[in-house]
Design a protein around this ligand. Sequence first.
Ligand code: FES
Ligand code: FES
Length: 219
Amino acid sequence: MENFGDIRISRRDLFIVGAASATAVALPAGQSAAADVDAAAGGAPLRPPVAVAVSLLVNGTQWTGEVDTRTTLLDLLREHLHLTGTKKGCDHGQCGACTVLVNGRRINSCMTLAVMQHGATVTTIEGLGTPEKPHPMQAAFVRHDGYQCGYCTPGQICSAVAVLQEIDANVPSHVSPSLTARARLTVDEIRERMSGNLCRCGAYSNIVEAIAEVAGGQP
Ligand code: FES
Ligand code: FES
């Protein structure tokens, strides 16, 4: 008989506990997790994934299909429509690599479910321009070397297009002088509005120059 302070346990008890732990470790993870969920649901059978019909206008083309309700807009674009220009960076709304335009406004497509955008108009980097006929913002990024590895670039360009529309519409930002004053194109203004788009290569100054050129002014 072992004696650990107040705990008294026989060698036989110790052997039984050890054997039980080894069995638990040997169980496949999925089986154990499923058993837990099953138990939590009071023994009810697990529900299969639910698919619903979603319809979107993507880059001018109507798309309709059945989508698992857990599918993000980002995964719909990349995995179902094969529009892989939109990038998955963090998948947590932190980096902006997945930025697209939905009904004219920029959003992180990893942070919205495809079913939530049913009926929306979506523009991705592929819809802005083509290599033969690039959007002015795409051309400016090339001219100013607004990228290095290019992974963040589709999101940066979609965001930049929306930024100029926001300044045009006088949408205030955190560095705007006041809520009523006209939004102006300054370095601070561009940097603040683009702060949700991270670039691990640090191409920030060239990105600001590209955006300023398209806006037609020196910030
Ligand atoms: Fe969507 Fe990073 S992948 S914000
Ligand atoms: Fe490489 Fe931005 S160009 S992360």
